[in-house]
Design a binder for this molecule. Structure first.
Ligand SMILES: Cc1cc2nc3c(=O)[nH]c(=O)nc-3n(C[C@H](O)[C@H](O)[C@H](O)COP(=O)(O)OP(=O)(O)OC[C@H]3O[C@@H](n4cnc5c(N)ncnc54)[C@H](O)[C@@H]3O)c2cc1C
Length: 436
């Protein structure tokens, strides 16, 4: 079977590795940029994604480049703790959660794809334009320099991100991604570690938020590389450009965080220590009714771009890749694509919906509304059961409730029947979040 993959991002490269792992090795990844550079800042890989990468034989490489996150705490804008929970192994998962530099993860996947499939499996500098189907084959057309090239394959997987050319070709009226009015400023700073040196913290609420987590081990000089995201509601202002690599100054947001200096984390100092800041709007797209046209399927952000809330962007693309490979290894092509869509589309649609309603961060907004001047006893503001349910139901929706994940059958094909989740394990849409 020949498979052409559009895009050498996290989703496209994981698709290549997942297909190789099930014995499908006639694969070419077509990437638009001429040189795949380690771009982006920090992301989180949740245990469900780490499980898939572990089953692809990448656990040692991941451990070498990521920080195994041990705990997550939500605090209000005055630094008082709303909710804290262990993460990864500390939370009882069989697999860690990693905070990791996106570019390093992408490079790890790229090097592994080249090692397992050969350098000819990656064609950089080729911008895809269309993908069509005919005679039980898919046809992919791209520009290689000035030359238009068309090749055929049994399947084309479009993993070309939130601005997918294939999706735009299918839905010419869809337009740009939808903005919710929030803007994120992202950076990394070499500063004094906070908490356990493996902790993740989210401070504030929907109007103004700061997220921080380390993405490297502590250095000999006692400092640590902290990834951070400052976020502000900028509704009514002009939409920021949607370019992950757009550098901006700090003036438009840093002063707003001047008073956010807690005894365990000095946010103004963290912002000040960053050499570069990247601006990106909080955007997604509406969910689709189908990801498949003939022998062409969308995957990752091309299929289900969601707000980067709850650390699920890359994790869901990795799950897509593994489910797709499982299906193509065990079913005829048309049935396999249908299986992939049936398994992944409803779950990611629900996640998109829940992320629009703030996902697990909803508790921060609840506290802001109920205790705008701060609190001394969190349970006088929001009871423990309510906090617990928001956290637990998000994990169910996203597919990383601990018992469900630990006990789920692997996506590595065996003689066992297909590992479809039992209905009782499927997400309950009414349990999480509120539609805005
Ligand atoms: C440069 C970059 C930096 C990012 N930085 C962050 C970050 O700091 N934090 C964060 O949360 N998320 C970031 N993201 C998004 C994050 O990687 C994704 O949300 C997630 O990993 C899902 O990945 P994906 O493979 O579906 O899409 P992406 O990671 O967006 O990958 C899509 C790939 O397709 C390629 N491509 C696009 N159009 C074409 C075309 N027409 N032909 C061929 N190839 C094409 C792109 O160059 C890219 O390599 C970044 C994405 C990119 C591309």
């Amino acid at each position: 079977m020949r498979v052409l993959i559009v895009g050498a991002g996290i989703g496209g490269l994981c698709t290549a590795l997942s297909l190789e792992a099930v014995g499908i090795t006639d694969i070419v990844v077509i990437e638009a940029v001429p040189e795949i550079l380690p771009l982006g800042v920090g992301i989180n890989l949740l245990p469900h994604a780490v499980r898939e990468l572990t089953e692809l034989g990448l656990s040692e490489q991941l451990a070498a480049v990521g920080v195994a996150t041990s705990d997550l705490t939500y605090v209000d804008r005055f630094g008082s703790a709303i909710w804290s929970e262990p993460r990864g192994i500390a939370a009882g998962y069989h697999w860690p959660q990693y905070s990791i530099h996106r570019g390093r993860l992408q490079n790890l996947l790229l090097q592994e794809a080249i090692r397992r499939l050969g350098p000819e499996a990656i064609r950089a500098g080729c911008r895809v334009r269309t993908a069509t189907t005919g005679d039980n084959l898919a046809y992919l057309t791209w520009l290689d320099g000035d030359a238009e090239v068309t090749e055929s394959a049994d399947v084309v997987i479009a993993a070309d991100g939130i601005k997918s050319a294939i999706r735009a070709d299918w839905f010419p009226d869809e337009g740009p991604p939808q903005w919710n009015g929030q803007v994120m400023w992202r950076g990394v700073s070499q500063v004094t570690p906070f908490r356990s040196t493996k902790s993740m913290v989210m401070a504030g609420d929907r109007e103004q938020k700061f997220v921080a987590y380390p993405i490297e081990a502590v250095r000999d000089d006692g400092t640590q590389l902290i990834n951070w995201i400052a976020e502000k509601d900028c509704s009514g202002s002009e939409l920021a450009q949607q370019d992950w690599n757009r550098k901006v100054g700090k003036d438009s947001f840093a002063p707003e965080f001047d008073s956010w200096s807690f005894d365990w984390l000095d946010i103004p100092r963290v912002i000040d220590a960053a050499d570069a800041v990247f601006e990106y709007p909080m955007v997604d797209r509406p969910s689709l009714d189908s990801w498949i046209r003939g022998r062409v399927a969308l995957l990752g952000d091309a299929a289900h771009p969601t707000y980067p809330i709850g650390s699920n962007g890359s994790s869901q693309a990795i799950l897509d890749a593994r489910v797709l490979a499982y299906a193509l290894a065990t079913l005829p092509v048309d049935q396999a694509l249908k299986f992939y869509e049936d398994e992944r589309l409803p779950r990611t649609r629900e996640l998109q919906r829940v992320n629009r309603a703030m996902g697990p961060e909803l508790v921060m907004q609840m506290v802001r509304e109920r205790a705008p001047a701060g609190f001394t006893n969190i349970h006088a503001v929001i009871d423990a059961a309510e906090l617990d349910e928001v956290a637990a139901s998000y994990k169910r929706v996203a597919g990383f409730a601990p018992t469900m994940l630990n006990e789920r059958v692997s996506w590595t094909p065996t003689d066992e029947p297909a590992p479809i989740l039992a209905p009782t394990e499927a997400p309950n849409p009414t349990q999480v979040g509120i539609e805005r």
